[in-house]
Design a protein around this ligand. Structure first.
Ligand code: CP
Length: 306
């Protein structure tokens, strides 16, 4: 599979996902051997306009494991010529001459698409804006579900937390919507519920979904509970009380309601959504997600670098 850019989840078809997951399995074997030098003549630029731990480090780790080289700026707004007023488009045109692939986290929805529009160097969207997309996170999430639950067809997934702005849940909903008999439960206070564009997409593709506010009621029914942060400052802005969101925190009591085969997932970083007391439970999959992130990002780099 040769990918030009990785911009949004909708661009991946089912055969592409199957191929990507097979490639990720191969990457696992390469990683266990300590990596390869196959891409030692390739350069990845990681251009981050927003903070990141997992996405930036896992892409950089993936490139190192492939034997490649890295150019990096972790605060592009401050440390690159963006601080001198350079546009995203000009920055991309320039960096494209220095690297074979650009991994971009941008603070505006549509930033990756703008970059791809002026770039013959592959652009990989590492998250764009609040309420945009984070397709590489969604791919690693889907791979984690595939590995943990063994199948994606018919899977029942509760997406919980800030669904309005959370780009990881938005991207994951698009991917889940490609599989037969999937059921998606969007669980959030009213002011943080999923936006209409995702619901329209799921309706158009005949995907079952429901909007709920009661996590306890849903937990016994699902194979996956995927929790995300609701930033405390957004609560007051949207007229919600702190006590309202504590009902969405997964602790030992709520975990008892979850089936024994199910997964607890989170893109991280977490605040209070998942109690550290459940970290050692076999259903806790959030640190597995971080390792799977390296495999999926190795597979994506191989797919764009050719
Ligand atoms: N999951 C995720 O995108 O984490 P970072 O913000 O640390 O990259």
């Amino acid at each position: 599979m040769k990918l030009q850019h990785v911009i949004e989840s909708q661009q991946f078809t089912l055969p592409m996902l199957v191929e990507l997951f097979e490639l990720a399995d191969q990457m696992d074997r390469i990683l266990i051997r300590g990596g390869t030098q196959d891409y030692n003549n390739k350069i990845m630029a990681s251009l981050f306009y927003e903070h990141s731990t997992r996405t930036r480090f896992s892409f950089e780790s993936a490139m190192h494991r492939l034997g490649g080289n890295i150019l990096a700026t972790e605060r592009a707004n401050t440390f690159s010529s963006v601080a001198a007023g350079e546009t995203l488009e000009d920055t991309i045109r320039v960096v494209g001459h220095y690297a074979d692939v650009i991994v971009l986290r941008h603070n505006e929805v549509g930033g990756a698409r703008r970059a791809a529009a002026v770039s013959s160097t592959p652009i990989v969207n590492a998250g764009d804006g609040k309420g945009g997309q984070h397709p590489t996170q969604a791919l690693l999430d889907l791979y984690t579900i595939y590995k943990g639950v063994k199948t994606i067809e018919g899977v029942k997934v509760a997406l919980v937390g800030n669904l309005t702005d959370g780009r990881t849940v938005r991207s994951l909903a698009y991917l889940l919507g490609k599989f037969e008999r999937v059921k998606i439960y969007f669980i959030a206070p009213h002011s943080f519920q999923i936006k209409q564009d995702i619901l329209d997409y799921l309706t158009k593709h005949n995907v079952w979904f429901t909007l709920e506010s009661d996590l306890k009621k849903t937990l016994p029914e699902v194979d996956v509970v995927y929790s995300t942060r609701i930033e405390p400052e957004l609560l007051t802005q949207r007229g919600e009380r702190l006590e309202t969101i504590s009902q969405y925190f997964i602790d030992d009591t709520l975990l008892k309601l979850l089936p024994s085969h199910a997964l607890v997932m989170h893109p991280l970083p977490r605040l209070h959504e998942i109690s550290p007391s459940i970290d050692s439970d076999p259903r806790a999959a959030y640190f597995k997600q971080t390792r799977n992130g390296v495999l999926i990002r190795m597979a994506l780099l191989v797919s764009v670098l050719g």
